[in-house]
Design a protein around this ligand. Sequence first.
Ligand code: MN
Length: 319
Amino acid sequence: MSFPQSDPETCDDSAEPPCVERFAAKEATVGELTVRRSLPTRARRMVGPWCFADHMGPATVTTAQGIDVGPHPHMGLHTVTWLLDGEVLHRDSLGSEQMIRPGQLNLMTAGAGVAHSEESTGTYAGVLEGIQLWLAQPDSVRFGDAAFRHHETLPAVDVGQATVTALVGSVAGVEGARTEHGDGVVGADLAVRGPAEIPLAPAHEYGLVVLRGGVRVEGADATPGALWYLGQGRDSISLDRLRIDGAGSSEPARVMLLGGTPFEAQLLMWWNFVGRTWDEITQAVHQWNTHHERFGEVASTLARYTAPEPPVSRTTGRP
Ligand code: MN
């Protein structure tokens, strides 16, 4: 997973902000699940410090087979896991073993290195749906300690006809998990039943990822399968639930609001690693594949993934 560094998007510095621009997600496979990846795409790599967004499912899982992502490493990012349906068991190289259910948040900090697995619970069967996000860490802390935090509940507030749940950072007067980004990041779940005007910070850029149903946002009908980029310069955004014929018309639309201060550094993303240079990436690949202590080991029965080598042309600059 790696993309050219050129940025063809038109909805930030050069365009007249604010605007709404659709960036199509692409399908990928993670473990046994199909996901819609709305970050990064070629045309839009980040929104604030958010650099990765996988909408997984909805899929039907059994007690024996579900997400089943075996041990793999990360560095330079936080993973943010949020479920709409189902249960997932998290294990990591810090020794954490944590079940996550809808309404709860798993926040894992990779720093210099961590490894984790995401597993079937052995007891849950039914629909699994959620989103996993990565939050890039700034240079000041990206080689720091790994950590894992589970939030059993998160603060929520009603704004108009929407319920806003703060996952990370602050929005509409409620604050979720705090990170080193402080007020420079926000991630929130919006359950939209009708018209709502969500307060925003003009200095931040924002995007929406619709998980269920759809919302009307400034004349656009935002539905799943895309990142809806809102740009910077807004002090609020008005949303309304789309009435979609026949499709669970009484259910609220579910939307992730992602935002923050535009990220200061250009990321290099390769497989599960976030870095800045190919030297860093190549070192991480070799260290993971040789069981270097940097990433630790996960007590999982699932198969450990092997990191793919970066293409020689990338690491040397020669074709
Ligand atoms: Mn992971």
